[in-house]
Design a protein around this ligand. Structure first.
Ligand code: BJW
Ligand code: ZN
Length: 247
């Protein structure tokens, strides 16, 4: 249970801030029922989740990777945004307040978050595996019970892939530029992320170097805990509503 005085301090920082940025990770969707990547949750049929999220895994075993994504898509389709998503959606309406997410589940979008920066893409969008150029932008496809062989690029007929960012792949340069800019703020909150995946984890340093008051919300200690000004060891779905009530 986070102390009231700690949350009052955070609320008063937020009230005097001009620019506030919240970066979220898988832990923010945990209370909605979406499994996280690391720790006990990050296993799927003896595969480590992070080992399936690579171009090499897709090249070697497209059906297994697609099966994992279709399993996740059906699981996420049955999940609802939780109180953390709802508070962040309201905060995103405030001028100068911004949400960056590493999550691909679109639960922030479903909660109505404005100007959301999705660093790692969306599990509900597809793109052409061979970058054929006919479809430069990802397209939305929310069908779940589809055999992988039918998930094809409408332009070249080759395999489609989830339009998410895998290890070793570059993030969208425009998203990185917007996120870097948003990280130069007065209060930066990293919530529900293990802070091990770059460049996302690096935005906490960008914020600190720009003079932001940095905060972590996570029930566990992470690589970022010792670097932030305030580490709140509690679940995001509990803390965001409590802080919101103090604003
Ligand atoms: C709660 C909670 C509750 C639980 N409330 N909290 C610099 C240094 C070192 C390495 C690199 C570097 N720069 C780049 C790299 C390489 C690599 C990288 O970072 N590797 C490290 C792991 C070492 N990065 C990349 O490859 C990136 N690309 C890139 O940099 O391109 C340039 C380049 C090209 C070629 C070579 C080198 C560089 C791309 C990274 C893409 C990450 N993709 C994934 C999959 C997305 C698709 C999908 O979902 O299928 O993104 S991996 C996975 O990890 C996913 C997540 O977004 C990401 C982060 O995970 P997250 O959100 O932190 O989740 P967890 O599970 O780790 O943590 C959950 C946390 O929640 C825990 O702490 C819990 O305690 C907590 N929690 N309940 C609050 N209720
Ligand atoms: Zn194509």
């Amino acid at each position: 249970m986070a102390a009231d005085a700690t949350l009052r301090e955070l609320a008063s920082r937020l009230l005097s801030a001009r620019r506030v940025t919240v970066m979220t990770g898988a832990g923010v969707s945990a209370a909605s029922g979406v499994p996280t990547f690391r720790g006990a949750d990050g296993l799927w049929r003896n595969h480590r989740a992070t080992e399936l999220a690579t171009p090499g895994a897709f090249a070697a075993n497209r059906d297994v990777v697609w099966e994992w994504y279709q399993w996740r898509r059906s699981l996420i389709a049955a999940c609802m945004p939780n109180p953390a998503h709802e508070v962040l959606a309201r905060w995103s309406q405030r001028a100068g307040w911004c949400v960056i997410t590493q999550n691909v589940d679109d639960l922030h979008r479903r909660a109505g978050t404005r100007d959301l920066i999705r660093l790692h893409g969306s599990i509900w969008e597809l793109s052409c595996w061979s970058h054929c150029g006919g479809r430069r932008d990802p397209w939305r496809d929310e069908r779940i019970a589809i055999p992988p062989a039918e998930l094809i690029c409408p332009s070249c007929g080759g395999p489609a892939r989830p339009a998410v960012v895998w290890f070793g792949e570059s993030l969208n340069a425009g998203d990185v530029a917007r996120a870097t800019e948003a990280s130069r703020c007065d209060v930066f909150i990293a919530a529900g992320t293990s802070a091990v995946v770059y460049p996302a984890a690096g935005f906490i340093d960008v914020a600190r170097r720009a003079g932001a008051f940095t905060v972590e919300i996570n029930p566990e200690q992470t690589d970022a805990s010792s670097a932030v000004d305030l580490a709140i060891r509690a679940p995001a779905e509990e803390i965001f509503p409590r802080v919101d009530r103090l604003l």
